[in-house]
Design a protein around this ligand. Structure first.
Ligand SMILES: *Cc1c(COP(=O)(O)O)cnc(C)c1O
Length: 421
């Protein structure tokens, strides 16, 4: 595609966009004159699909009408409600249904997964994360090391970009494993880095970790609904994600979890259990003996919050209708256009640090600001162009293919140009 730097061209791309109609299926925040904000923070909190309210109202109505009987009598019975989400969720991350469940929240799930997949010995106990890992992941890993009685400084290994570079190089991960693989128990890596937007090759990471008998886990918070991670084929042992970013399920909504099929029937793995991990056919016998369910479902502890799941169902139904292929196709075009426009800005005040290869990124572009001038972000926000600022010096900007248009990115870059030139 040869892009052009004109509003007419942006509008032309919008006219040809097969997903154009979806923008109207979302609530887009507006300024006081009724103009839509330019919203580029779907990587932080996705916008609300208009259908979400109906989905939640259905459950409120069924609760009002049926009380506890709603577990069986509701239009979407609450007892198996999570199962209504499984197939669509599995398709989005490229997994088999037995490998996926919606439950809890992301950091909680990382801990529960580490109960099973971080089983350190005195000599093989270290954990590798990216140096730019999301803080919650870092704290989770540090607290796991401490919990097992290890020195955090010795136990935590950071995979860093090379000096003077912003992105991770897979060869450096290989070097870490070559040097210290015998002491490493777990790799816990962000599939798409929240800061740089770099999308990593999960299959390579799994191979590198497994060659040294390490477990490999992926945080997919910035990958789910954004890239096609092909979790099953990647061979990673486990993954976890949230659903309130690209999956548009509302603030603090439930997370998702993946446990590879190869572990589905392993009853010897450590795990923290609850009644919802128990075989559902005998769960209500309230028996003494624990009979764990196979696959990801066996990681559930509690009966889940249906109102949050209803919002997730609204979103996943939309994703199923659109399909990740169509979404990715538009996403590459949209982010490509955004990148093209940014590159027309003749100023060294900003620099894109996200990879230029579409296979190595999702929709987000991270714009590094010279001298960490946060004022630029403030000015954008004042113009109702919503991006986010991440310390030390990056504006993260995510054109989301479901509700952002080519015109959105054109107008955004025009404003940015005005501010830096
Ligand atoms: C958003 C995000 C989190 C947030 O964790 P919660 O437990 O949902 O609050 C954690 N890790 C990563 C990589 C994230 O992007």
């Amino acid at each position: 595609m040869t892009y052009q730097n004109t509003l007419t061209f942006a509008k032309e791309l919008d006219t040809k966009d097969p997903l154009k109609a979806y923008q109207d299926q979302f609530h887009i925040p507006k300024d006081k004159d009724g103009n839509n904000w330019l919203y580029f923070t779907g990587n932080s909190l996705g916008l609300q699909p208009k259908a979400t309210q109906e989905y939640i109202n259905q459950e409120l109505k069924d609760w009002a009408n049926f009380g506890v009987e709603g577990h069986f009598e509701a239009k979407n019975p609450w007892m198996p409600y999570h199962e209504f989400l499984t197939q669509n969720m599995a398709t989005i991350v490229g997994a088999k249904p037995i490998e996926v469940v919606i439950m809890n929240t992301l950091t909680t799930n990382l801990h529960l997964l580490m109960v099973s997949f971080y089983q350190p010995t005195k000599t093989k106990y270290k954990i590798v994360i990216e140096s730019d890992a999301f803080p919650s992941d870092r704290y989770a890993v540090q607290s796991q090391l401490k919990f097992h009685g290890f020195d955090v400084n010795k136990g935590l290994i950071e995979w860093k970009p090379r000096k003077g570079e912003d992105l991770l190089n897979i060869e450096d991960l290989e070097t870490i494993l070559d040097d210290q693989g015998d002491e490493i128990a777990l790799l816990l890596i962000g599939g798409v880095n929240y800061y740089t937007g770099q999308s990593l090759n999960l299959k390579r990471i799994a191979e590198i970790g497994h060659a040294k008998n390490c477990m490999v886990g992926i945080d997919l918070a910035h990958g789910v609904g954004n890239i096609k991670p092909e979790l099953h084929n990647s061979g990673v042992d486990f993954a976890a994600w949230c659903t309130y970013k690209y999956l548009n399920s509302g603030p603090g909504s439930l997370g998702g979890l993946f446990v590879h099929e190869k572990h589905a029937h392993n009853k010897d793995l450590n795990r923290f259990a609850g009644w919802w991990s128990h075989n559902k056919s005998t769960r209500f016998n309230m028996r003494q003996d624990f009979d764990v369910m196979a696959g990801a479902e066996g990681y559930q502890l509690s009966n889940p919050p249906i109102l949050s799941m209803a919002a997730i169902k609204a979103s996943l139904d939309m994703f199923a209708e659109v399909g990740m292929d169509a979404l990715r196709e538009k996403s590459e075009l949209l982010t490509g256009y955004f990148e093209f426009l940014l590159n027309t800005i003749d100023s060294d005040a900003i620099k894109i640090i996200t990879p230029t290869n579409p296979k190595e990124r999702g929709c987000q572009l991270s714009i590094q600001v010279k001298n960490a001038d946060k004022n630029l972000h403030t000015k954008l926000t004042e113009a109702h162009i919503i991006t986010d600022w991440r310390e030390p010096d990056v504006i993260r900007c995510a054109p989301v293919p479901l509700y952002n248009s080519f015109q959105d990115v054109y107008l955004m870059v025009e404003k940015l140009k005005e501010l830096v030139c």
